[in-house]
Design a protein around this ligand. Sequence first.
Ligand code: UDP
Length: 416
Amino acid sequence: MLERVPLLEKNLADYETVVGAETIEQIKALAEPLKGARILHINATAYGGGVAELLATHIPLLQSLGINAEWQVMHGSDEFFAVTKAIHNGLQGADVKWTADMARIYLEKVLDNALLLEGGWDYIVAHDPQPAAILSLAGNSGLISNTTKWIWRCHIDLTAANEEVWDFLLPHVQRYDASVFTMPEFVPASLGMERVTIAPPCIDPLSVKNLEFPDAFVTEICKQYGIDTTRTIMCQVSRYDPWKDPVGVIDAFRIVREQVPDAQLVLAGSMATDDPEGFQVWEQVEQARGQDRDIHLLSNIQQVGNVQINAFQRAADVVVQKSIREGFGLTVSEGLWKGRPVIGGRAGGIVLQIRDGDNGYLVDTIEECAQRTIELLADPDRADKMGASGKEHVRNNFLSTRELVDWLGLFGSLAN
Ligand code: UDP
């Protein structure tokens, strides 16, 4: 069997205070015919990045509805994750040279995992490219029942996908009974839209990362990391990944500081186990920071976990997510949910979350990012109003309960 991820218990009823009784009843009604169903989600990492974040809430909520849901993680290796990161980058539009050797490394490792799969599932959901070929390799092995419904969840923006990489992946993902994307724009014409469901990601308002914290607690946590909450704070939380443009954020911060001399920048990014680029990018960011003591470079290596991320986002005057490419960007909803305005790169799912000028700003350049930040810092009342509007936008569109409605609907529509 693949590695099973241990999960906390969650109770759907607890969400009534956030989303109201009607939504809870709607979810229960959708789940009723699925009671006892066996659902397996497979991805590549139990920690770091948005997919792990989503599954840590989605699976316990399915369980609280009487569904036998599980989350299992693939086994990988350094060379496998180097290839899957190249696939990921290629799918986001990077100029990747795809070779037969890469294909072999990928397929061999997915086959190893396919052979570890146990049967008896009503639904198997594979997330992103890492396990995508598992259906081709396990589907006819006799290990998996042929009544199992297979769903591919693609979290990546494929609008500019590298052709060679996509051509390799396409025959594997075409075999799925359905696929789920964040936005219709992400779906390649070659895949066809008939079996595609659009279901953007979401955040869990009751998770440690998003729960309300008292101000004194936020101040104390920040203090532990040398961050002064009496001074201005600009904050970006994301993996150390070139597409998240952490060096661009430092450049924007330096422009901001010319106008706002007391400003500090908090860059917090975890190192995901399936992301070998993280340490390399960390070094580039460290170099860009130099000796600047107002730039706080933090990661899970300094014990930055969900509590700290929550505190940093709450303490921020402005939250930034200056991505150049983005699947969804959970950190945008996380910032908005904390009542902060968010300045985000005009990329992928960020445009669903930021309503330009209403709850934040969409930007295309470092200069624009800096100017919008300066503008918001000069008018804290307006920043608060934008943050409040953002919170309602998230409540209505990007909470775990909405995602449950989408997925229960999809499972129901695929039922035998
Ligand atoms: N995250 C975290 N610690 C960090 C950096 C990121 O917990 O040091 C979380 C972040 O809060 C968010 C997720 O990782 O919940 C990142 O998801 P997003 O969709 O923004 O980006 P992805 O990493 O999936 O590209």
